[in-house]
Ligand binder design. Structure first.
Ligand code: FDA
Length: 306
């Protein structure tokens, strides 16, 4: 089922159809506060009341039109101004394919630098990790940006066999790393196939991120998962390694595990929620369905309850 949903996420016809169906929109609404920046800002203000920080991602990917890539960049520059004006604890999470990396590397990098400079030193801009077709280029642009900007982070995916090596290679840069399980359809040879193996690799990478050498190297660690068991194992490991709760952070997706987030903050951990918004929500939404087949049932229940 996961493979079929992920394959459908790239289907243009399905994307165009999906937004016409109210039960699909309603299910997507479970994971998004709305389609506009205003919706995201309002949700961030609410979460701030609970001491929960946020990350904004304006949905869009695989852009092949320079004008659209420029408009996406300007959107993020405006979002940064509005975040600052409201005093929100909100950072950005961006995709390089949204900034047109497939069109021009140089122009994509220039756009990334504009965003980093508008964000300023205190606000990290996180670069998402997309499918394995873009892993090398994402890491290359991250390395370039990190040499001149302290406020840039990158996502690494625990389902890839290569990630332990990538993390070791990034360590000398004092990187900000967001660790996730990985959300794309990948060829079998390069990923752990079984959920159990992905989870074990995730935990092994958590231990590296929170270990003494990473702390000495100045790594900023963000453990991005909704998986309560991995969160429990991570907090236990942190305690055993004498890592204080405020020395790393948890990141989760909007609409999932809210009580767990509140509990983490109450226990002194730092937590951030990724808020996705925008009209181009179909591929992102399909990845959320693929993560949890129960979401497909949830959507069908809406349909049959009508
Ligand atoms: P897992 O999928 O095992 O879920 C654990 C539990 O969480 C489930 O049992 C369920 O209770 C709950 N849950 C998880 N997903 C749910 C859903 N969709 N609906 C309802 N409940 C759900 N991926 C990527 O490849 N590149 C990236 O840049 C990012 N960026 C990113 C940022 C942040 C902040 C997060 C939290 C995640 C990402 N991801 C990502 C997505 C990530 O790779 C992964 O697909 C999801 O986080 C789901 O995996 P979990 O770690 O939550 O575990």
């Amino acid at each position: 089922m996961r493979s079929a949903i992920l394959a459908a996420s790239q289907n243009r016809w399905m994307r165009e159809q999906a937004s016409h169906y109210w039960f699909v929109r309603r299910t997507a609404g479970r994971f998004m506060p709305g389609e506009t920046l205003k919706d995201a800002l309002a949700a961030a203000a609410q979460l701030k009341l609970h001491g929960i920080g946020t990350l904004f991602t304006h949905l869009g990917e695989n852009i092949v039109d320079a004008g659209v890539a420029e408009a996406g960049t300007r959107h993020y520059l405006d979002a940064l101004d509005q975040i600052r004006a409201r005093g929100l604890d909100t950072e950005l999470s961006i995709k390089l394919t949204q900034l047109g990396v497939d069109l021009s590397l140089a122009q994509c990098y220039a756009k990334l630098v504009r965003i980093l400079e508008r964000a300023g030193g205190a606000s990290t801009v996180w670069i998402d990790m997309e499918s394995s077709r873009h892993t090398d280029i994402t890491l290359e642009l991250y390395r370039r940006a990190r040499k001149t900007h302290s406020n840039v982070g990158v996502c690494l995916q625990a389902y890839l066999h290569r990630t332990a090596r990538d993390l070791a290679a990034l360590m000398p840069l004092a990187p900000a790393i967001r660790l996730v399980k990985g959300a794309y359809k990948e060829p079998p040879g390069i990923v752990f196939r079984r959920k159990k193996d992905v989870d074990e690799n995730f935990f092994s990478l958590v231990k590296t991120l929170l270990g003494e050498p990473a702390r000495r190297a100045g790594v900023r660690a963000a453990i991005a998962t909704n998986d309560r068991e991995l969160i429990r194992r991570s907090t236990e490991f942190a305690a055993s390694a004498h890592v204080q709760p405020d020395q790393f952070e948890f990141q989760m997706l909007y609409g999932i595990q809210h009580p767990e987030l509140v509990r983490l903050v109450r226990d002194g951990y730092r937590a951030r929620v990724l808020i996705a918004y925008g009209s181009y929500w179909f591929p992102w939404f399909m990845r959320r369905l693929a993560e949890r087949p129960a979401n497909v049932l949830f959507m069908l229940r809406h349909l049959f309850a009508s």
